[in-house]
Design a protein around this ligand. Structure first.
Ligand code: TRP
Length: 377
């Protein structure tokens, strides 16, 4: 078992607890993580990044506190399994903060300011005039999150790529200065392009809580239906006979992300697959209500088991908190091992370092130390 584990690649990813998780999270990362977890080929670490959430919510810690359980419930609901994955909470691993301190010295201010993801997020949050230092530097703490577990693979959306790029730079710089110590992480995005950046129900922007264009994993069936029926399609597709555009059409984008040929057999047997449906829409003669009803059926089928599992765990909240506490303990052991390695590489493990002790001053009190049960060799 131990040997097998050694050959398994370590996978790590996390989510900020600022709200419930939605379809964008699902196709962008959750679905992938569950598949990788169930393949048995990886050791998955999945965590709730409450420290990172505080970097732009420092004045509203209650929001983070409340949403911790929501994210944990969503994890269990989609099938992340504490028997197969280590599920934990970032703030319970103080080793991460110490690693961040060491990495901070390896990154320049201008490099952080040039990070495209950070630049966009600063604008989105209105931080242009004054940005919290913790927010600007979260890519550094994210490098700590990842390297603390020797993670090689990080499933996430494509907005994470510039952060991962910066994290790899930190790893390379660290290894160049202090010797091979840390593992370089790589982002894993979904195969289908549409899943990397699912638009919201408004069809324009990325699905995002602040834009109120989300379908949540925990939405009830009526809510899902209402959101789907209100989705944006092709604004020029006014009458059913009009030829329609499937490229700029959120309903078709969702179908790309979610529907399978089996869904057609079950809910829309006049068509074999999505290509046939798209061809008909392009030609004209296919109404929006029909494609929305189909999408609604597909999403209802996808989300029903997730919602059911969530309801189950909502009735077992103590179990969920205990599971997080247990996972955090296990994660902390691993992070402590890696931190030890990092401290040795930098050379700050002074008190175990006999070479340092004896390098300048000759030791006249070896006997004395031995008598006192000291650590001399
Ligand atoms: N940045 C991620 C988000 O926006 C959360 C996160 C924090 C993360 N640390 C990470 C993701 C490490 C992957 C790996 O939700």
């Amino acid at each position: 078992m131990e040997n097998q584990n050694e050959r398994k690649k370590i996978l790590l990813t996390g989510d900020r607890p600022t709200g419930k998780l939605h379809l964008g999270h699902y196709v962008g990362s959750l679905r992938n993580r569950v598949a990788m977890q169930n393949s048995g080929k990886y050791i998955p670490y999945i965590f709730i990044s409450d420290l990172q959430a505080l970097t732009d919510n420092a004045r509203d810690p209650e929001k983070i506190r409340r949403n911790l359980i929501e994210v944990a419930l969503d994890y269990l609901a989609v099938g992340i399994d504490p028997n197969k994955s280590i599920i934990f909470v970032q703030s319970q691993i103080p080793e991460l903060s110490e690693l961040t301190m060491y990495y901070m010295n390896l990154v320049t201010l201008s490099r952080l300011q040039r990070n495209p993801t950070i630049k966009t997020e600063i604008k989105e949050r209105g931080f242009e005039k004054s940005v919290p230092v913790g927010f600007l530097t979260y890519p550094i703490s994210q490098a700590a999150d990842i390297t603390a577990f020797d993670a090689e693979l990080v499933p996430g959306g494509e907005d994470q790529e510039p952060i991962l790029e910066q994290d790899r730079e930190i790893v390379r710089t660290f290894n160049a200065i202090y010797g091979e110590t840390l593992v370089e992480p790589y982002l894993i995005t979904p195969d289908k392009d549409i899943c990397k950046r699912l638009p919201g129900t408004d069809g324009k922007n990325k699905m995002s809580k602040s834009l109120e264009n989300c379908i949540y994993l925990s939405d009830e069936p009526e809510v899902i239906q209402k959101k789907v029926m209100g989705m944006f399609t092709d604004p020029n597709h006014l009458r059913i006979e009009d030829p329609g555009n499937v490229e700029d059409n959120a309903v078709f984008k969702y179908l790309d992300a979610f529907c399978t040929d089996e869904h057609f057999q079950k809910y829309l047997p006049e068509y074999k697959n999505l290509d046939e449906l798209k061809a008909h829409y392009r030609r004209g003669g296919l109404g929006d209500v029909k494609i929305k009803r189909f999408l609604n059926n597909v999403l209802q089928e996808t989300l029903a088991p997730i919602r059911e599992r969530r309801h189950y765990y909502e009735q077992h909240i103590d179990y969920v908190y205990d599971m997080l506490e247990e996972g955090s303990k296990i994660a902390r052991q691993k992070a402590a091992e890696v931190l030890k390695r990092v401290r040795r590489a930098i050379g700050v493990e002074y008190f175990e370092d006999m070479e340092l002790r004896h390098s300048v001053y000759t030791n006249i009190d070896d006997d004395l130390q031995e008598n006192m049960g000291g650590r001399s060799r």
